[in-house]
Design a protein around this ligand. Structure first.
Ligand code: ARG
Length: 464
């Protein structure tokens, strides 16, 4: 018998039955569904709806169902519409009609969103752990070559020298923001909807705060209509995962470029690359390309849910059943992408001589302008004079540091031979000594801070 079959005189059309069913997707909520039902059963006993014996029988039935799921022995029935009906159907098989009391004062509307919130809370914790692992790999990679010079680019054009440490750590901080965003999402997700019933709140005299405590929610929802249709937590989760995907995609894109023969700044480990079926010489960065590609599906999942939510009237609408698939998919996507990326970074080799070789003298141009500024020339004029110097070096087909004093002085008398020291890359790096910049001291400070943050992250994540 269907949970809601009483008023119907006809069986559901077979295709509609299939169309309506969400069990293939939401069976993943079994643990949360049972947990929430156990808490609800306890509440029902406090109102006298369940006797002690009935509570005992429901509790042991639910625990047995949990075991069946864990041991992969749970047998789904063809008519199981979703996880909630499947669990209740099985409970009835196990303990008989008492099972029918469990749904007193509750609706699948507050039940499903309670389960889903519990699931998202856990999913955030798992992703945070994965991100911390990747952060650790980035840090250990950074510490090996913190001060190793490499060319820095803007607009993908050579700009100024930076160091490998600065570059690799530039991918650490976005991930830190991702962790913080997931934690903030957890705070807002940790609000119990149970007790909102279908839309107007349960008529039972239950203590919602007590249920919240039992299920580890921080607080209870304030408005029953809002609570049953609020999927902001799912949308936020999908935004977090999209942005993580974008961060990983940007890291991937740069590593793809740097591993190309033309750059050869990095060497990807064989274990993280694949070959071509046609061209024997090829070593393809498929892992990175897939990571870059998967950001598209993560953004797609966010777009899908936002579009589903847009324009929904008050309270529960069946459209909301479409909420889980994108969330599960985005979680699964990152739950493999992040560890793969950690492995790739831990096996990454860098080619320090190739990076140094690409730092051309022209990268000292800003420092030469600063040199003129030190001689009290306004920066705008200095910029213009150095521009002319660069153009002269191009005209004479001589690198900037090979221009003679006489040649330089055709542009400005302020250029002297002492300019040569500015072409030393180390000098250029050390001149930038503010927090976040390229000097040895600044980089060490940044690395130390990153290390402190990672150990704070480690401390903050609660053991499962
Ligand atoms: N399977 C449904 C979902 O995932 C559960 C809630 C059903 N509620 C209802 N009123 N039909 O959204």
């Amino acid at each position: 018998m269907k949970l809601w079959g009483g008023r119907f005189s006809k069986a559901t059309n077979e295709l509609v039955q299939q169309f309506n069913s969400s069990i293939d997707i939401d069976k993943r909520l079994y643990k949360e569904d049972i947990e929430a039902s156990l808490a609800w059963a306890n509440a029902l006993q406090t109102t006298g709806t369940l006797s002690k014996d009935e509570l005992q029988s429901i509790t042991s039935g639910l625990n047995q169902i949990k075991t069946e799921f864990v041991e992969k022995k749970f047998v789904f029935a063809q008519k199981d519409e979703d996880i909630h009906t499947a669990v209740e159907r099985r409970l009835t098989e196990l303990i008989g009609e008492t099972a029918g009391k469990l749904h007193t004062g509750r609706s699948r509307n507050d039940q499903v969103t309670t389960d889903f919130r519990l699931w998202v809370l856990n999913a955030c914790s798992i992703l945070i752990k994965n991100i911390i692992e990747l952060q650790k790999e980035l840090i250990s990679n950074a510490s090996e070559n913190l001060n190793t010079p490499m060319p820095g680019y803007t607009h993908l054009q050579l700009a100024q020298p930076i160091t490998w440490g600065l570059w690799i750590l530039s991918h650490f901080w976005p991930l830190q923001r991702d962790i913080e965003r997931l934690q903030q999402t957890q705070e807002r997700t940790s609000k119990l909807p149970l007790g909102s019933a279908a839309l107007a709140g349960t008529s039972l005299n239950i203590k919602r705060q007590k249920i919240a405590k039992q299920l580890n929610f921080n607080e209870v929802s304030e408005n029953s209509l809002d609570a049953v249709s609020d999927r902001d937590f799912a949308a936020e989760f999908l935004f977090c995962t999209s942005l993580i995907g974008i961060h990983l995609s940007r890291l991937s894109e740069q590593l793809i470029l740097y591993s190309s023969e033309e750059f050869s700044f990095v060497i990807l480990d064989d274990a993280y690359t694949t070959g071509s079926s046609l061209m024997p010489q090829k070593k393809n960065p498929d892992t990175l390309e897939l990571t870059r590609g998967k950001s598209g599906r993560l953004i797609g999942n966010l777009t899908s849910l936002l579009t589903t939510l847009k324009g929904l009237p008050s309270a529960y609408d069946k459209d909301l059943q479409e909420d889980k698939e994108p969330v599960f998919d985005s979680f699964d996507t990152l739950n493999i992408t992040l560890p793969v990326m950690s492995g790739l970074i831990s096996s990454l080799q860098i080619n320090t001589s190739k990076m140094s070789a690409n730092i051309s003298p022209s990268l000292a141009a800003t420092d030469i302008a600063d040199y003129l500024v030190d001689k009290n020339i306004p920066f705008r004029r200095a910029h213009n004079l150095v521009g002319k110097l660069v153009s002269l070096s191009e005209q004479l087909q001589k690198p900037l540091n090979d221009l003679s004093e006489i040649e330089m002085q055709t542009i400005s008398k302020h250029f002297n031979l002492d300019i040569k020291k500015l072409f030393d890359v180390k000098t250029q790096l050390e001149r930038r000594n503010v927090t976040g910049a390229t000097s040895t001291i600044a980089l060490q400070e940044q690395l130390d801070k990153a290390n402190i943050i990672v150990s704070q992250n480690d401390d903050r994540i609660s053991p499962e």
